[in-house]
Design a protein around this ligand. Structure first.
Ligand code: PXP
Length: 238
């Protein structure tokens, strides 16, 4: 099975927010990404609404119908919006107010797990696929499985940012090992965060990898090549 590509369009909305006028429109960007071979459109509706807005999500739904993968914090406000907007799938992520981007996988130890489990059950009951963004860590995978998630998105931040070939090989090995366990637990496996045109292919080649969610590197390249080519080039590589 070819590995799917989810393109994160938050960075298009960041650019739009910089001027407060309608351009560039994330919905038009999503259409261009799908036309160029993206399988999913990923967006993160943050609690501070710094890029994607509620209206973007509803317009995406109206315009695309499907292919929408929403990243969101595990909070009742977002649960309510997801149940109303009905994306195809949701990825629950940790979120802190001043972070530049998501800083790692969900913490599933202690009381936080109960809150995650409640939202997993509520979204699943509504027919929305739910994945948990987790570090490539055995305990996190076992808890994700216990909580009832059908999919995990393995955080590739440590791999993508590892300095030196040796450290990067070790981080890639950690993702390999996590995939073995995820497959044993019959979890679907996605990965993402910080992947670019050089670091994505080795992750895509791991047995059982079903989807890579990539944003920044594609949008950054699109400034020079155009969005369609940036998406098509990544799709070819993975
Ligand atoms: N997956 C998740 C869960 C994320 O939070 C992000 C960042 O929004 C991405 C993938 C994409 O990361 P990047 O923009 O670094 O490719």
């Amino acid at each position: 099975m070819p590995v799917k590509l989810g393109v994160n369009i938050d960075h298009i909305a960041t650019l739009r927010q910089a001027r407060g006028i309608g351009a560039p429109d994330p919905v038009a960007a999503a259409q261009a990404c799908l036309a160029a071979g993206a399988d999913l459109i990923v967006c993160h509706l943050r609690q501070d609404r710094r890029h994607i807005q509620d209206d973007d999500l509803f317009r995406l739904k109206k315009s695309l119908g499907g292919h929408i993968h929403l990243e969101m914090a595990c909070v009742p406000e977002m649960e309510k919006i997801a149940l109303k907007a009905r994306p195809d799938s949701v990825c629950l992520v940790p979120e802190s107010p001043n972070e530049l981007t998501t800083q790692g996988g969900l913490s599933l130890a202690g009381p936080g797990a109960g809150r995650v489990e409640k939202i997993v059950k509520s979204l699943s009951r509504a027919g929305i696929g739910v994945s948990l963004f987790v570090d490539p860590d055995a305990q996190a995978l076992r808890t994700a499985h216990k909580i009832g998630a059908d999919t995990v998105e393995l955080c590739t931040k440590a791999y993508a940012e590892a300095g030196g070939a040796g450290r990067q090989a070790q981080e890639l090995e950690n993702i390999h090992v996590a995939c073995l366990l995820a497959r044993e637990l019959k979890l679907h496996i996605h990965s993402g965060h910080g992947l670019d045109y050089r670091s994505a292919p080795p992750v895509a080649r791991i047995d059982g990898m079903e989807c890579l969610n990539i944003g920044f590197s594609i949008i950054a390249r699109a400034v020079f090549t155009g969005l369609e080519k940036a998406v098509a080039d990544m799709k070819k590589l993975i």
